[in-house]
Write a protein that binds this ligand. Structure first.
Ligand code: IVH
Length: 667
């Protein structure tokens, strides 16, 4: 009988550990909270009846039953250094160059991870058992917070391996999710205690509490991002390290990716900024690290920080304001996105009165209601988004927000993408969609029709002058002259610009057609592999998917568009209007001196007019852009340069004089 109980206890513990793994490591729970609680309850009962069977690594033993008397100081066996950081892509490039120079002739791989805005800790396992948790402190000596680290549910008390190393110290961040902060602050308020201003403060205040029972209520989390001291543990790379500890039950950050090329790293970083809202926790940048440990060792450290790692931070600003309304907007592919109307608030020096709410699920998950006080955040160039609700400031009951079921513009019944998060207006003729598509078609990344902006498109569509892309090419001057603020000169100019767009080539055309999943990058890839519309249309889904970086979903979407009645009609009409549907430059461009470079010109040049220089840049394979961004490769500055030069300097983008530019294109 005794051994039966012992067996059941062990089975329950393993089961609970398995479900912890599913929940915290894989973020893919198999059972409900209620079922989980039942397992814990059963285990507690059995252990209460057989206290001699309790072990310190039992899931019931996470939370100690009394406070510690004080926090003891512990010296780190290996110091926890800080890392160098930058906001400029140019400095990331210099960092990579420095590393490459020190590792002459070797291939370097870069791992990119989110930089979690939490509290750094070190957690030590001996023979697989969690024995110690210590804060970073001053990097040399930290506080022993083992009693609280044990309460962090994602942290295994015992490594899930039969053969654990003698000693394994992992390092990472303890943090609180945004949704847990909402709950914790409600609880603070109920107890008459002050709410925390942000998840980081809440974490810092929790991890050093003396009473683990209090800390446990704060629902802290942990993500591992580094290796400390170890014995009997051999791994060659950071990726291998992460995968190993993850298998053993230690949660690692999402989005971790390895690249061989620093430009790919930078591109990836830009993409990730736009996905910040998908995370339920705060990150303040990305960390770029050398993957191989032997290379790290040879690179060593400076007085302040290791040479093998750099934090690429993004400017991030937060503010609190009231949500006045939730509106929905119809996009070019019919996706209906909710937008928050805010009481105007200053964020990073600009007044913000709108923020993105992304999708219906996000509103539901964050329980955002009209009238709430919300925290909005702005990172990079991305429009601000709502991070969380300050629920404890909800002074009166507010009705839940119900996402509309019909299109606000054409009243069609909205449909949800199969298995997806997007809700769409299925009517291609919806005026809102038509306008969005035309805007996109005319935009700089697509057909680049200067002068065809939002207001003008609204007028053209509202007056029934334009409905399809081809209609643009059929516009007559006298039709334009009837529009607001449209004189003889601007009408001619607009018609000339529309005419010029016929020769942008296949890639830009494809980018402009609002094909689902096809942006500028995919469009360029498609045009490179199938340089005429005939070849592209003749390709099978499989052939399309063979292109590197194009998966089956994108391939299917392209195929479906080209073979749909609507897609065929669009192509046929545009062809009739004389729009060029081939890409001849794809091959030769590579060898051109400015291939793929985005260049901004500012000030007056000695030898070229603005128009001439822009033409020259385009002819040499580059792209002449009108404003400086992180995507700019360099700025060409003449006499009396404007604010673009300051912007370039602040972003660390190289600035060339006219002479330097000429040297570049000559050599
Ligand atoms: S790597 C030698 N990776 O940021 C130190 N740090 O500002 C290597 N942090 O103290 C640290 N997320 O606590 C690394 N994915 C990540 C991180 C990360 C957050 C913290 C870390 C460090 C601080 C530096």
């Amino acid at each position: 009988m005794g051994s039966n109980v012992a067996q059941e206890i062990e089975k329950l513990r393993d089961l609970i550990r398995y479900h912890d793994y599913k929940y915290y490591v894989e973020a893919n729970p198999e059972i409900s909270d209620l079922e989980y609680d039942r397992l814990m309850q059963r285990l507690r009962e059995l252990e209460a009846a057989h206290p001699e069977l309790i072990t310190p690594d039992s899931p019931t033993q996470r939370i100690g039953d009394r406070p510690v008397e004080g926090l003891e100081q512990v010296r780190h066996r290996i110091p926890m250094l800080s890392i160098d950081n930058t906001y400029s892509p140019q400095e990331v490039r210099s960092f990579a160059q420095r590393v490459q120079k020190l590792l002459k002739g070797e291939t370097v791989e870069w791992v990119v991870e989110p930089k979690i805005d939490g509290v750094a800790v070190s957690i030590t396992y001996e023979a697989g058992q969690l024995v110690r948790g210590v804060t970073r402190g001053d990097g040399f000596v930290g506080d022993d917070v083992t009693h609280n680290i044990r309460t962090v549910r994602g942290v295994p008390l015992r490594l899930l391996t039969e053969a654990p190393p003698a000693v394994l110290e992992v390092r990472g961040e303890v943090f609180m999710t945004n949704s847990d902060l909402v709950r914790v602050n409600e609880e603070q308020k109920a107890r008459g205690e002050a709410p925390f201003a942000n998840p980081r403060n809440a974490t810092a205040g929790s991890i050093r509490l003396l009473d683990p029972r209090l800390c446990a209520q704060r629902r802290l989390r942990f993500l591992c991002h580094g290796l400390g001291y170890s014995e009997g543990f051999e791994v060659d790379t950071h990726m291998e390290f992460l995968h190993t500890v993850e298998k053993w039950g230690i949660p690692i950050p999402p989005w971790v990716t390895c690249f061989a090329d620093i430009e790919k790293v930078l591109a990836y970083c830009e993409e990730q900024i736009e996905r910040l809202h998908e995370l339920d926790f705060e990150i303040d940048g990305l960390v770029i690290k050398v993957n191989r440990f032997d290379q790290r060792e040879r690179l060593g450290t400076t007085a302040k920080s290791p040479r093998w790692v750099m934090a690429y931070k993004f400017e991030k600003y937060e503010a609190k304001t009231r949500l006045l309304d939730i509106r929905v907007q119809v996009g070019k592919t019919g996706v209906v996105t909710p937008v928050a109307d805010l009481e105007p608030v200053t964020l990073a020096g600009t007044v913000v009165s709108r923020a993105s709410l992304h999708n219906a699920d996000e509103i539901e998950r964050k329980d955002i209601r009209i009238g709430d006080v919300v925290v909005v955040e702005k990172a990079g160039k991305i429009i601000p988004h709502v991070v969380r609700v300050e629920k404890h400031e909800r002074t009166r009951p507010l009705p839940k927000f119900h996402f509309p079921t019909t299109c606000p513009e054409c009243h069609s019944t909205l449909v949800r993408d199969e298995g997806g998060v997007y809700i769409r207006c299925p009517n291609h003729e919806c005026p809102a969609q038509i306008k969005e598509r035309l805007r996109y078609y005319a935009s700089r990344d697509a057909m680049d029709i200067e002068g065809l902006g939002e207001k003008l498109i609204d007028q053209l569509v509202d007056r029934g002058l334009v409905r399809t892309y081809a209609d643009l090419y059929r516009l007559k001057k006298d039709q334009l002259l009837g529009l607001e603020r449209m004189g003889e000169k601007s009408a001619s100019k607009l018609l000339a610009n529309i005419e010029a767009s016929k020769n942008r080539g296949l890639a830009r055309l494809l980018a402009g057609l609002a094909i689902r999943h096809v942006g500028t990058k995919v469009a360029a890839l498609l045009a490179k592999h199938f340089p005429t519309i005939e070849k592209l249309s003749a390709a099978t889904v499989e052939e399309l998917a063979e292109i590197n970086e194009i998966g089956p979903i994108i391939a299917q979407s392209v195929y479906d568009f080209l073979h749909s009645e609507r897609g065929r009609r669009i192509i046929a009409e545009l062809k009739e209007c004389g729009v060029k549907m081939e890409e001849e430059i794809a091959v030769s461009r590579q060898s051109q001196p400015l291939a793929g470079k985005t260049i901004v010109v500012t000030g007056t040049l000695k030898r070229y007019s603005r128009h001439e220089i822009e033409e020259l840049i385009e002819r040499l394979g580059g792209h002449a852009a009108s404003s400086v961004s992180r995507k700019t490769d360099f700025v060409l500055a003449g006499e009396n340069p404007g604010s673009k030069l300051d912007k370039a300097r602040s972003l660390g983008i190289p600035v060339l004089s006219e002479e330097e530019f000429e040297k570049l294109i000559a050599g």
